[in-house]
Design a protein around this ligand. Structure first.
Ligand SMILES: Cc1cc2nc3c(=O)[nH]c(=O)nc-3n(C[C@H](O)[C@H](O)[C@H](O)COP(=O)(O)OP(=O)(O)OC[C@H]3O[C@@H](n4cnc5c(N)ncnc54)[C@H](O)[C@@H]3O)c2cc1C
Length: 498
């Protein structure tokens, strides 16, 4: 284990990819074994020292930024322990970087479906934020791929959970731990009817105990080891970036592609029309990267949709025809759109999609601009209303903005970029208006980035004081010293802090 106490050595652990600044810590621990994690936590629990768990720091909600206490960095626990090709199952340490893991499983003919746009995060960070990405449209978020985990409680005790082995009885959940089992009450709030959700603790009657920890943002325990499911790599892939001259036609295209894909998933057979990704890049976002990609056509009033479709040698031609037919019905820019069948084509399109958020984040950092970026998902049947609300409100605000995201999951990142100090309150007001509208339509305040330290008031707005109190009780049971992730999600304050 390495312990860092110099300011210059700790600097890299005091920020993440959010706007939040001002982080500070006494010390950074870099453990290499579960035993070391257990010892650090047991000691910190005894001394009531706050512990902030750090993954790779790509989070967008400030969860890994410490405000006092110590940082427990998982980066040195980065071994892929096992890939069982027969079972399609892997065991990894939490500090393995997603990109490295995807490359490793790909070389063995497997796919690990979760694909957040940012691949530099750790699998432990992905677990703790229930990260998701473009392929979530077909395959669900990280939660759907977690088969088990080792979690160290704040008192140093180890919890080992396999999916299916620890189920709640209604709202009563008993979690097995090293010394004695832990009894807690599952919160009674209702999960939103969205296809993605990453705000607050997962809760449902008869839920699997493992699900409580997935998406808990480092507030309930340190995940040290994760069991992940893998699937055989699809034989072939067909993908495209389709440009639209009209917004309404773009929305109709998405709805039709989404509904046909979902309907086909209920049917027998793997060779059916079934998008695995449906992603939007709006006209302002296209303008943002136009210099790097001069072949983006001019008249793209509806934006661009990036889609991916898995195929086989047998089904490829027929599926390409089905997509071509649908595209031709909805845009006149077919000949200006880009399509690809090879791995290098797919990679180019993924890079294009990634260029949007990464250029935006670079621009923001370089020009010290503040960004207000939404992460709300809406039930599919209310999405058009929300889309209209976003666009109309943005237009009348006059604020600079660009939008991208996971439109197949009715989940967009609307980014408002105030250009002066005076515009900041206006941008914040607009963001608050979007949250209120999303909740009114039955949505969630966070679909994938989590609550962290910057969105706590929205979590309260979503679940009310009662919901927050129920979460606080769960946390208190699992972390009685109140040392983990202080200030994250429910703003737990530290007791008897030194
Ligand atoms: C350009 C860009 C694009 C992005 N695109 C996406 C996207 O498409 N989808 C998406 O979901 N996210 C996206 N993100 C956000 C980010 O990549 C994810 O939230 C990711 O899961 C964070 O992983 P990390 O290792 O960097 O975690 P960190 O930022 O280090 O930590 C995130 C939270 O998890 C906790 N944590 C970390 N490791 C552990 C552990 N081992 N045990 C317990 N708690 C832990 C931390 O305390 C913190 O609360 C994007 C970020 C950027 C910068």
């Amino acid at each position: 284990m390495t312990i860092r106490e110099n300011d210059s050595e700790m600097e890299g652990f005091l920020t993440d990819a959010s706007n939040l600044s001002g982080g500070y810590a006494e010390r950074v621990y870099q453990p290499e074994t579960e035993r070391e994690v257990q010892e650090i936590l047991a000691q910190c629990s005894r001394d009531r020292i706050p512990v902030t768990i750090s993954g790779a720091g790509t989070g967008l909600a400030g969860g890994r930024i410490p405000f006092g206490g110590v940082v427990l960095s998982m980066g040195r626990m980065n071994r892929v322990i096992e890939i069982d090709e027969e079972r399609g199952h892997a065991i990894v340490e939490a500090g393995v970087i997603l990109q490295d893991f995807q490359t490793e499983v790909d070389s063995r003919g497997f796919l690990y479906p979760p694909d957040p746009t940012e691949r530099g995060g750790q699998l432990g960070g992905n677990f703790s934020t229930n990260a998701s990405g473009a392929r979530t449209f077909k395959y669900g978020p990280t939660r759907s791929w977690v088969a088990g985990a080792h979690i160290v409680r704040s008192n140093g005790e180890m919890i080992g959970l396999a999916r299916g082995a620890c189920r709640a009885d209604g709202y009563s959940l008993r979690i097995p731990a090293e010394r004695e089992s832990i009894q807690l009450t599952v919160p009674h709030y209702k999960m939103p009817a969205t296809s993605k959700h990453a705000a607050g603790y997962f809760a449902a009657p008869d839920m699997d105990g493992l699900d409580l920890f997935i998406g808990s943002e480092g507030t309930l325990g340190v995940v040290t080891q994760i069991g992940l499911r893998l699937i055989p790599k699809p034989e072939r892939l067909f993908s495209g970036i389709v440009f639209f001259d009209d917004e309404e036609k773009m929305l109709s295209f998405v709805e039709e592609a989404r509904d046909r894909s979902r309907a086909n998933r209920q049917r027998e057979g793997s060779d059916l029309f079934d998008a695995r990704a449906l992603e939007l890049i709006d006209p302002n976002a296209l303008d943002f990267i136009r210099e790097t990609y001069p072949t983006i056509p001019d008249a793209v009033a509806g934006g661009a949709i990036w889609f991916e479709q898995e195929t086989t040698e047998r089904s490829e031609d027929q599926l390409i025809s089905a997509w071509a037919e649908l595209i031709e019905q909805h845009t006149s820019l077919v000949n200006d759109s880009w399509f690809g069948l090879t791995e290098s084509d797919q990679e180019r399109m993924r890079k294009f999609r990634h260029a949007v958020p990464s250029s935006a984040y670079e621009y923001i950092a370089k020009h010290r601009v503040r960004k207000f970026g939404t992460d709300m998902a809406i039930p599919d049947n209310r999405f058009r209303e929300m889309y209209r609300f976003y666009k109309d409100s943005l237009a009348s605000s006059g604020l600079a903005n660009l939008t991208w995201g996971h439109i197949g999951n009715s989940h967009l990142h609307v980014n408002i970029l105030p250009s002066s100090e005076e515009e900041i309150p206006k941008a914040k007001q607009l963001y608050d208006l979007f949250v209120t509208e999303a909740l009114k339509l039955g949505g969630t305040v966070s679909a994938e980035h989590g609550i962290g330290k910057i969105k706590r008031q929205y979590l309260r707005q979503m679940f009310g004081d009662k919901g927050i109190e129920e979460m606080r009780r769960v946390k208190q049971t699992l972390d009685p010293a109140g040392i983990l992730g202080v200030g994250t999600m429910i703003g737990e304050s530290i007791q008897n802090s030194k």
